[in-house]
Design a protein around this ligand. Structure first.
Ligand code: C2E
Ligand code: MG
Ligand code: MG
Ligand code: MG
Length: 284
């Protein structure tokens, strides 16, 4: 009795596992096709200065709309791409698409002073190194200080030599660097010492309970104090409520990003958003 139950369990486990494994294989197959056929897209999430509520930048986020499964979150397809050597193709697509769209729409510089891209460790492994980035940004005129790369502490340290080499070339062209998900990695301070970083993004897990959790509040204040001492800009991620925003402003945080202000949106929606903001400014 017990034995047959056990083997039933095993059979169930096996078939579920088999299903998941073949689902993953199919997803990988579909992702490759989506990349090859340029079926991915990008979303833009504005960031704001707290003191005057103006846009300080946009973060570009990869989107994959699967024809049968609907939207697949980046937390699912980005790690898959990283594991299977596809991430550089995604980075190239995301950077080229966003730069092209933002230039075409005449949003960069005046309306949107900064555009930030998420990059992975493998983006710095590539034998072509900085040349890929130079190619992806080629449509931008002159100095590239409108461009920022968001690295996580973990990905930066996975390939420190590669990251250093590429960043030294890009820094000369003006490209800025932000440490994403700050505080969640394993060696934040040494990363700060080793790389040319201008910005920290406080991870949303610290922001979420900032109003009711004294420990999280103290951690955020500590990050802000450290950033000030090191002359680093700070963006708080995942701001969803007025209380969080007020708390952050009082604590000296200058920039915010989150659903309270704007969700990630298409280029068209971004154009309307900027237009509305500018006309509100003209009226005030
Ligand atoms: P991230 O870089 O930390 O991006 C912030 C994530 O938080 C985004 O999720 C954004 O939509 C979400 N978010 C923004 N405001 C709020 C808020 O107020 N509340 C909550 N709960 N969430 C908020 P998304 O777009 O699903 O991306 C998830 C992660 O996937 C990103 O985290 C980033 O690590 C990665 N990712 C996205 N696009 C790319 C890409 O083009 N390349 C690489 N390498 N990674 C990417
Ligand atoms: Mg990011
Ligand atoms: Mg983040
Ligand atoms: Mg994240």
């Amino acid at each position: 009795e017990a034995k047959s139950l056990g083997s039933n369990r095993l059979r169930v486990y096996k078939s579920e596992y088999g299903e998941n494994a073949s689902k993953r294989t199919k997803m990988l197959f579909d992702l490759k096709a989506a990349i090859a056929n340029k079926k991915l897209s990008v979303a833009y999430q504005p960031q704001f200065r707290l003191h005057d509520q103006q846009i300080s930048g946009v973060e570009v986020l990869a989107r994959w709309h699967h024809p049968e499964e609907g939207m697949i979150p980046p937390d699912v397809f980005i790690p898959l791409a990283e594991q299977h050597g596809l991430i550089c193709d995604i980075t190239d697509f995301v950077m080229q698409t966003a730069i092209h769209e933002l230039i075409e729409a005449d949003l960069l510089y005046q309306s949107i002073p900064r555009v930030s891209f998420n990059v992975s460790a493998a983006d710095f492994n590539n034998s072509q190194g900085s040349e890929r980035f130079l190619h992806n940004l080629a449509e931008l005129p002159g100095h590239w200080s409108v461009v920022e790369l968001e690295l996580t502490e973990t990905s930066a340290l996975l390939n420190l030599e590669g990251v250093k080499n590429v960043l030294s070339v890009l820094s000369q062209r003006g490209v800025q660097v932000s440490l994403d998900d700050f505080g969640t990695g394993y060696s934040s301070l040494s990363t700060l010492r080793l790389l040319p970083i201008q910005e920290l993004k406080i991870d949303q897990s610290f922001v979420r309970d900032i109003v009711k959790n004294a420990q999280d509040a103290r951690l955020v204040k500590t990050i802000l104090a450290m950033a000030q001492a090191l002359h680093l800009r700070v963006v708080a991620e995942g701001v969803e409520s007025q209380q969080q925003a007020r708390y952050l402003e009082k604590a000296g945080c200058e920039e915010v990003q989150g659903y309270l202000y704007a969700k990630p949106m298409s280029l068209n929606a971004l154009q309307s958003f900027v237009k509305n903001l500018n006309s509100a400014k003209a009226q005030s």
